[in-house]
Design a protein around this ligand. Structure first.
Ligand SMILES: Cc1cc2nc3c(=O)[nH]c(=O)nc-3n(C[C@H](O)[C@H](O)[C@H](O)COP(=O)(O)O)c2cc1C
Length: 226
Protein backbone atom coordinates (compact mmCIF):
# COMPACT_ATOMS: atom_id res chain seq x y z
CA UNK A 1 0.00 0.00 0.00
CA UNK A 2 1.02 3.59 -0.52
CA UNK A 3 0.67 5.39 2.80
CA UNK A 4 0.82 9.18 2.77
CA UNK A 5 1.26 10.93 6.12
CA UNK A 6 0.63 14.63 6.65
CA UNK A 7 2.36 15.78 9.83
CA UNK A 8 0.58 19.00 10.71
CA UNK A 9 2.47 19.76 13.90
CA UNK A 10 4.83 22.71 13.55
CA UNK A 11 7.00 21.35 16.37
CA UNK A 12 10.24 19.44 15.89
CA UNK A 13 9.03 16.90 18.45
CA UNK A 14 5.29 16.41 18.11
CA UNK A 15 3.15 14.73 20.75
CA UNK A 16 0.73 13.66 18.04
CA UNK A 17 3.44 12.28 15.76
CA UNK A 18 4.57 9.98 18.59
CA UNK A 19 1.10 8.43 18.49
CA UNK A 20 1.07 8.39 14.70
CA UNK A 21 4.53 6.81 14.52
CA UNK A 22 3.32 4.00 16.80
CA UNK A 23 0.25 3.56 14.60
CA UNK A 24 2.43 3.38 11.46
CA UNK A 25 4.72 0.87 13.16
CA UNK A 26 1.73 -1.43 13.63
CA UNK A 27 0.34 -0.65 10.20
CA UNK A 28 3.57 -1.67 8.48
CA UNK A 29 4.54 -4.52 10.78
CA UNK A 30 3.47 -7.46 8.66
CA UNK A 31 4.01 -6.25 5.10
CA UNK A 32 6.15 -3.85 3.13
CA UNK A 33 4.41 -0.58 2.41
CA UNK A 34 5.59 2.66 0.87
CA UNK A 35 5.34 5.38 3.53
CA UNK A 36 5.73 9.03 2.51
CA UNK A 37 5.88 11.54 5.36
CA UNK A 38 5.22 15.20 4.60
CA UNK A 39 6.18 17.72 7.30
CA UNK A 40 3.62 20.27 6.17
CA UNK A 41 5.16 23.19 8.07
CA UNK A 42 8.29 22.88 5.88
CA UNK A 43 6.33 23.04 2.63
CA UNK A 44 5.55 26.10 0.61
CA UNK A 45 1.75 26.00 0.44
CA UNK A 46 0.04 29.33 -0.14
CA UNK A 47 -3.54 29.90 0.95
CA UNK A 48 -6.21 29.12 -1.67
CA UNK A 49 -7.05 32.25 -3.73
CA UNK A 50 -10.63 31.12 -4.35
CA UNK A 51 -10.24 31.73 -8.10
CA UNK A 52 -11.48 28.26 -9.15
CA UNK A 53 -8.77 28.30 -11.82
CA UNK A 54 -8.25 24.64 -10.90
CA UNK A 55 -11.76 23.84 -12.14
CA UNK A 56 -11.07 25.65 -15.40
CA UNK A 57 -7.90 23.61 -15.85
CA UNK A 58 -9.69 20.42 -14.82
CA UNK A 59 -6.48 18.42 -14.59
CA UNK A 60 -6.35 17.99 -10.82
CA UNK A 61 -3.76 20.72 -10.31
CA UNK A 62 -3.82 24.21 -8.84
CA UNK A 63 -2.93 27.37 -10.76
CA UNK A 64 -0.58 28.41 -7.94
CA UNK A 65 2.92 27.08 -8.64
CA UNK A 66 4.14 25.91 -5.24
CA UNK A 67 4.55 22.59 -3.38
CA UNK A 68 0.85 21.72 -3.41
CA UNK A 69 0.72 20.27 -6.93
CA UNK A 70 3.34 17.64 -6.01
CA UNK A 71 1.33 16.86 -2.89
CA UNK A 72 -1.84 16.49 -4.98
CA UNK A 73 -0.06 13.92 -7.15
CA UNK A 74 0.91 11.94 -4.04
CA UNK A 75 -2.66 12.32 -2.73
CA UNK A 76 -4.19 10.90 -5.90
CA UNK A 77 -2.04 7.78 -5.84
CA UNK A 78 -2.29 7.03 -2.10
CA UNK A 79 -4.14 4.06 -0.65
CA UNK A 80 -4.11 5.37 2.91
CA UNK A 81 -3.77 9.00 3.98
CA UNK A 82 -3.03 9.78 7.61
CA UNK A 83 -3.67 13.32 8.83
CA UNK A 84 -1.67 13.78 12.05
CA UNK A 85 -1.94 17.13 13.78
CA UNK A 86 -2.52 18.96 17.06
CA UNK A 87 -5.88 20.53 17.76
CA UNK A 88 -5.61 24.31 17.30
CA UNK A 89 -8.64 26.41 18.28
CA UNK A 90 -10.88 23.34 17.86
CA UNK A 91 -9.67 22.60 14.36
CA UNK A 92 -6.53 21.84 12.37
CA UNK A 93 -3.49 24.17 12.30
CA UNK A 94 -3.69 26.82 9.58
CA UNK A 95 -0.80 25.51 7.45
CA UNK A 96 -2.51 22.10 7.25
CA UNK A 97 -5.88 23.73 6.58
CA UNK A 98 -4.24 25.49 3.62
CA UNK A 99 -3.25 22.08 2.26
CA UNK A 100 -6.78 20.75 2.81
CA UNK A 101 -8.37 23.80 1.12
CA UNK A 102 -6.13 23.27 -1.84
CA UNK A 103 -7.31 19.73 -2.45
CA UNK A 104 -10.26 21.36 -4.23
CA UNK A 105 -8.62 20.70 -7.64
CA UNK A 106 -9.52 17.05 -6.97
CA UNK A 107 -13.24 17.78 -7.36
CA UNK A 108 -15.38 19.40 -10.05
CA UNK A 109 -17.84 22.27 -9.81
CA UNK A 110 -20.67 19.78 -10.45
CA UNK A 111 -22.58 18.91 -7.27
CA UNK A 112 -24.22 15.70 -6.16
CA UNK A 113 -26.41 14.74 -3.23
CA UNK A 114 -25.55 11.55 -1.42
CA UNK A 115 -28.08 9.09 0.02
CA UNK A 116 -27.45 10.64 3.43
CA UNK A 117 -28.51 14.07 2.14
CA UNK A 118 -24.98 15.44 2.12
CA UNK A 119 -24.28 17.73 -0.84
CA UNK A 120 -20.77 17.64 -2.21
CA UNK A 121 -18.77 18.20 -5.36
CA UNK A 122 -18.29 15.31 -7.74
CA UNK A 123 -14.77 13.88 -7.57
CA UNK A 124 -12.48 14.37 -10.55
CA UNK A 125 -11.70 10.64 -10.47
CA UNK A 126 -12.67 7.68 -8.32
CA UNK A 127 -10.85 8.36 -5.07
CA UNK A 128 -13.00 5.91 -3.13
CA UNK A 129 -10.00 3.61 -2.79
CA UNK A 130 -8.29 6.18 -0.55
CA UNK A 131 -8.77 5.37 3.12
CA UNK A 132 -8.37 8.23 5.56
CA UNK A 133 -7.14 8.18 9.15
CA UNK A 134 -7.15 11.28 11.34
CA UNK A 135 -5.02 11.34 14.49
CA UNK A 136 -5.34 14.51 16.55
CA UNK A 137 -3.69 15.23 19.87
CA UNK A 138 -4.74 18.08 22.10
CA UNK A 139 -3.77 19.90 25.27
CA UNK A 140 -7.07 19.95 27.14
CA UNK A 141 -8.36 17.05 29.16
CA UNK A 142 -11.41 15.28 27.82
CA UNK A 143 -14.45 17.59 27.71
CA UNK A 144 -17.59 17.60 25.62
CA UNK A 145 -17.21 19.84 22.61
CA UNK A 146 -13.43 20.11 22.33
CA UNK A 147 -13.33 17.90 19.23
CA UNK A 148 -16.89 18.41 17.91
CA UNK A 149 -16.06 20.89 15.12
CA UNK A 150 -13.12 18.78 13.97
CA UNK A 151 -15.15 15.58 13.86
CA UNK A 152 -17.82 17.24 11.69
CA UNK A 153 -15.18 18.70 9.38
CA UNK A 154 -13.49 15.32 8.98
CA UNK A 155 -16.75 13.55 8.21
CA UNK A 156 -17.74 16.15 5.62
CA UNK A 157 -14.30 16.34 3.99
CA UNK A 158 -13.21 12.71 4.10
CA UNK A 159 -16.43 10.69 3.99
CA UNK A 160 -16.08 8.00 6.59
CA UNK A 161 -12.57 8.34 8.04
CA UNK A 162 -11.17 6.69 11.14
CA UNK A 163 -10.88 9.64 13.54
CA UNK A 164 -8.90 9.35 16.76
CA UNK A 165 -8.88 12.36 19.09
CA UNK A 166 -6.49 12.13 22.01
CA UNK A 167 -6.84 14.42 25.05
CA UNK A 168 -3.95 15.26 27.38
CA UNK A 169 -1.37 14.67 24.62
CA UNK A 170 1.39 16.64 26.43
CA UNK A 171 1.32 13.88 29.06
CA UNK A 172 3.38 11.88 26.55
CA UNK A 173 6.34 14.07 27.54
CA UNK A 174 5.99 13.89 31.31
CA UNK A 175 8.71 11.51 32.55
CA UNK A 176 6.66 10.47 35.59
CA UNK A 177 3.85 9.40 33.25
CA UNK A 178 6.01 7.27 30.96
CA UNK A 179 4.26 3.97 31.89
CA UNK A 180 0.94 5.53 30.87
CA UNK A 181 2.47 6.90 27.67
CA UNK A 182 4.01 3.52 26.82
CA UNK A 183 0.68 1.79 27.35
CA UNK A 184 -1.06 4.29 25.04
CA UNK A 185 1.66 3.97 22.39
CA UNK A 186 1.32 0.17 22.53
CA UNK A 187 -2.44 0.55 21.95
CA UNK A 188 -1.73 2.79 18.94
CA UNK A 189 0.66 0.19 17.52
CA UNK A 190 -1.98 -2.50 17.96
CA UNK A 191 -4.54 -0.24 16.31
CA UNK A 192 -2.18 0.12 13.34
CA UNK A 193 -2.15 -3.66 12.99
CA UNK A 194 -5.94 -3.71 13.13
CA UNK A 195 -6.11 -1.04 10.44
CA UNK A 196 -3.69 -2.95 8.20
CA UNK A 197 -5.93 -6.01 8.44
CA UNK A 198 -9.33 -4.34 8.01
CA UNK A 199 -8.73 -0.77 6.77
CA UNK A 200 -10.95 0.36 9.63
CA UNK A 201 -10.92 0.67 13.41
CA UNK A 202 -13.53 -0.84 15.69
CA UNK A 203 -15.45 1.54 17.91
CA UNK A 204 -13.99 -0.10 21.00
CA UNK A 205 -10.47 0.40 19.62
CA UNK A 206 -11.07 4.10 19.04
CA UNK A 207 -12.52 4.44 22.55
CA UNK A 208 -9.43 2.81 24.06
CA UNK A 209 -7.15 5.21 22.13
CA UNK A 210 -9.19 8.22 23.20
CA UNK A 211 -9.36 7.27 26.88
CA UNK A 212 -7.56 9.95 28.93
CA UNK A 213 -4.30 8.86 30.51
CA UNK A 214 -5.28 10.38 33.85
CA UNK A 215 -8.51 11.82 35.31
CA UNK A 216 -9.45 15.32 34.21
CA UNK A 217 -9.21 16.87 37.70
CA UNK A 218 -5.73 15.44 38.25
CA UNK A 219 -4.54 16.65 34.82
CA UNK A 220 -5.83 20.18 35.44
CA UNK A 221 -4.06 20.27 38.81
CA UNK A 222 -0.76 19.22 37.16
CA UNK A 223 -1.09 21.83 34.41
CA UNK A 224 -1.86 24.49 37.02
CA UNK A 225 1.14 23.45 39.10
CA UNK A 226 -1.00 22.59 42.12
C1 LIG B 1 -2.38 27.94 18.78
C2 LIG B 1 -2.76 26.77 19.62
C3 LIG B 1 -4.11 26.42 19.74
C4 LIG B 1 -4.50 25.33 20.51
N1 LIG B 1 -5.83 25.03 20.62
C5 LIG B 1 -6.21 23.96 21.35
C6 LIG B 1 -7.61 23.61 21.47
O1 LIG B 1 -8.48 24.21 20.87
N2 LIG B 1 -7.93 22.56 22.26
C7 LIG B 1 -6.98 21.83 22.93
O2 LIG B 1 -7.35 20.89 23.65
N3 LIG B 1 -5.65 22.11 22.80
C8 LIG B 1 -5.25 23.14 22.04
N4 LIG B 1 -3.90 23.45 21.90
C9 LIG B 1 -2.89 22.56 22.54
C10 LIG B 1 -2.27 21.55 21.54
O3 LIG B 1 -3.27 20.84 20.84
C11 LIG B 1 -1.40 20.56 22.35
O4 LIG B 1 -0.32 21.24 22.95
C12 LIG B 1 -0.89 19.38 21.54
O5 LIG B 1 -0.46 18.37 22.44
C13 LIG B 1 0.29 19.73 20.65
O6 LIG B 1 0.55 18.63 19.82
P1 LIG B 1 1.87 18.49 18.92
O7 LIG B 1 3.03 18.30 19.89
O8 LIG B 1 1.61 17.27 18.11
O9 LIG B 1 2.03 19.73 18.11
C14 LIG B 1 -3.50 24.55 21.16
C15 LIG B 1 -2.14 24.89 21.02
C16 LIG B 1 -1.78 25.97 20.27
C17 LIG B 1 -0.30 26.32 20.13
Amino acid sequence: MKILVFNGSPKKVSDTMRLTAAFIKGLTADATHEVTLIDVIDKNIAPCRGCFGCWERGDGHCVIDDDQNGILDLYKSADVIIWSFPLYCYGMPSHLKALLDRTIPLVKMRMEETDGGVVRHEALADFSKIHTVVICGCGFPDWDGNFDALRIQCRNCFGDPAVVCVPEAPMLNVPEASPLASALLARFEEAGREYAATLSLKGETVRSLETPMIPKEYYIRIVNGQ
